[in-house]
Design a protein around this ligand. Structure first.
Ligand code: PLP
Length: 389
C-alpha cells in the first residue's frame, strides 16, 4: 500500500466503556456496513449517528446535562447562544408574528429580532414586564411569543416570571426565557411553565471563556421541532466545544456559589464606596426587584453587579485604566472577575431611545464577579474608583 492509500486508512480509536472522561467524537460523519443500515439509521428505526450536523454523542451528552439541571425532558445544544435564541423563536413562532420582548433584554436578542427577523415580517414590541397589566394588554393584541430573561442584562432586573407566564398562557402565547444570567443554580424557569429555556453556554455554564455555544431545553416534542431547525439551518455545534463545555459545567454549582457570594459582598462594598453613583444588584434591599428576586431566585442573586460611576464616560475610563486585576472583557461568566461597558459592547445595537428604555447610559459598568477571594476583588475596585474622583 503506498502513501496515497495508506494515508486514508481509518484510524480506529478504541473507546472503552470505562473511560472516566468521555472520548471526543470529533467526526463529521459515520461509516456504514451497507445501505440498509444507512436507511435504518436515517429513518430512526435503528439508533445511531450518521452526520454530525444532525447529532453527535458529545453534543447530546451536554444537552442532556443541562436538561437535567433545568428539570427539562430534553436539551439541544447549538453553535451559540444566539443560534439557540433563533432556533427557539423559530420553534415557538414559525410564521412571522409579533414578538413581545421585555424592556431590558440582551442587546443581541433585540438585534436578532429587529434586524434579522424584522425583514422577514416579524415585529418586535417592547413590553414593561414590571407592569403585568400592560403585558396583558399587549398579549391580547395578537402577540405570538413573549421573550424574557430570568435576570436581566445589565441592570439585574427580575420580574415575576411565574405570574407573567401564567398571563401569557391565558392568551395562548408561548414564553421563552433566556436563563443565561441565573443559570439553573439560581432559577429553573420550566418550573413556572416556560415553554422553552435558552442559554448562552459561552457564559457561566461553560465558565472559562474558551468556547461559544448555546442550548435550548424544554419538552421532548418542542426540542424535537427545534432539532429539525438546528439540523436544517446548520446551527450545529462542534463536538470538541461540547466536550469542553461539559468539562467546565461540572463545576458550575461550586463556581456559582462562590461567585454569587462574592457578588453580594462586592455590591455591599460598592454601595459604600466613593465614586459610585448607584449599584444595581437584586440581592441589595435598595434594588427595585429585591422582593421579587428573593421570592423567585434560589441560592443567591447571581454574579452580575452593575454600577453607575461618577463622572460618566470619563469616570468609567479612569476606573478601568486603574484596575489591576480585573480586565475589561466584553463578555461574562468567566472564573475571573471581568468588567464590560454595555453601551459600547453588549447593548451597542440599541438606538439611543432603546438605551433609554432599557435604562442604561455611558456611566454604567457591568461586573461579572468571579471566584477569587472577595477582598481582592473589592480592593481592586475601591482603589481604581479612588482615581476617578
Ligand atoms: C451572550 C448572551 C447571549 C448570546 O450568546 P452567544 O453565545 O454569544 O451567541 C444571549 N443571551 C444573553 C443573556 C447573553 O449574555
Amino acid at each position: 500500500m503506498d502513501i496515497y492509500s495508506q494515508a486514508v486508512q481509518p484510524i480506529l480509536v478504541p473507546s472503552p466503556d470505562n473511560a472516566v472522561s468521555p472520548p471526543i467524537f470529533q467526526t463529521a460523519v459515520y461509516a456504514f456496513r451497507d445501505i440498509n443500515e444507512v436507511d435504518e439509521v436515517l429513518s430512526g428505526q435503528r439508533p445511531g449517528y450518521s452526520y454530525t450536523r444532525g447529532g453527535n454523542p458529545n453534543t447530546e451528552a451536554l444537552g442532556q446535562f443541562v436538561a437535567n439541571l433545568e428539570g427539562a425532558e430534553a436539551g439541544l445544544v447549538t453553535s451559540s447562544g444566539t443560534a439557540a435564541l433563533l432556533a427557539g423563536i423559530m420553534t415557538l413562532l414559525p410564521h412571522p408574528g409579533c414578538i413581545l420582548v421585555a424592556r431590558e433584554i440582551y442587546g443581541g436578542t433585540v438585534g436578532l429580532v429587529r434586524d434579522i427577523l424584522g425583514p422577514m415580517g416579524y415585529r418586535l414590541q417592547w413590553v414593561d414586564t414590571h407592569n403585568p397589566e400592560t403585558v396583558r394588554d399587549a398579549l391580547g393584541q395578537g402577540a405570538g411569543l413573549l421573550i424574557m430573561e430570568s435576570i436581566s442584562n445589565p441592570l439585574g432586573r427580575v420580574c415575576d416570571l411565574e405570574h407573567l407566564i401564567t398571563i401569557a398562557h391565558e392568551h395562548h402565547v408561548p414564553v421563552m426565557i433566556d436563563n443565561t444570567f441565573a443559570t439553573p443554580f439560581h432559577a429553573t424557569p420550566l418550573q413556572w411553565a416556560a415553554d422553552l429555556v435558552v442559554h448562552s453556554l459561552t457564559k457561566f455554564i461553560g465558565g472559562h471563556s474558551d468556547l461559544i455555544l448555546g442550548v435550548v431545553v424544554g419538552a421532548q416534542d418542542t426540542i424535537q421541532r427545534a432539532s429539525h431547525i438546528v439540523d436544517a439551518a446548520g446551527f450545529t455545534p462542534d463536538p470538541f466545544a461540547s466536550w469542553l463545555c461539559l468539562r467546565g459545567a461540572r463545576t458550575l454549582a461550586l463556581r456559582m456559589r462562590q461567585a454569587s457570594t462574592n457578588a453580594l459582598e462586592l455590591a455591599q462594598a460598592l454601595e459604600q464606596a466613593q465614586g459610585v453613583r448607584r449599584v444595581y444588584y437584586s440581592g441589595l434591599p435598595s434594588h427595585p426587584d429585591h422582593e421579587v428576586a428573593t421570592r423567585l431566585l434560589q441560592r443567591g442573586f447571581g454574579s452580575i453587579v452593575s454600577i453607575s460611576v461618577d463622572g460618566g464616560y470619563e469616570g468609567v475610563q479612569t476606573m478601568i485604566r486603574h484596575l489591576d486585576r480585573v480586565r475589561l472583557v466584553p463578555s461574562l461568566g468567566d472564573v475571573a472577575t471581568t468588567i464590560s461597558h454595555p453601551v459600547v459592547a453588549s447593548h451597542r445595537e440599541l438606538t439611543s431611545e432603546e438605551k433609554e428604555i432599557v435604562g442604561i447610559d455611558e456611566s454604567i459598568v457591568r461586573i461579572s464577579v468571579g471566584i477569587e477571594s472577595s477582598s481582592d476583588i473589592i480592593d481592586d475596585f475601591v482603589q481604581a474608583l479612588s482615581h476617578s474622583l
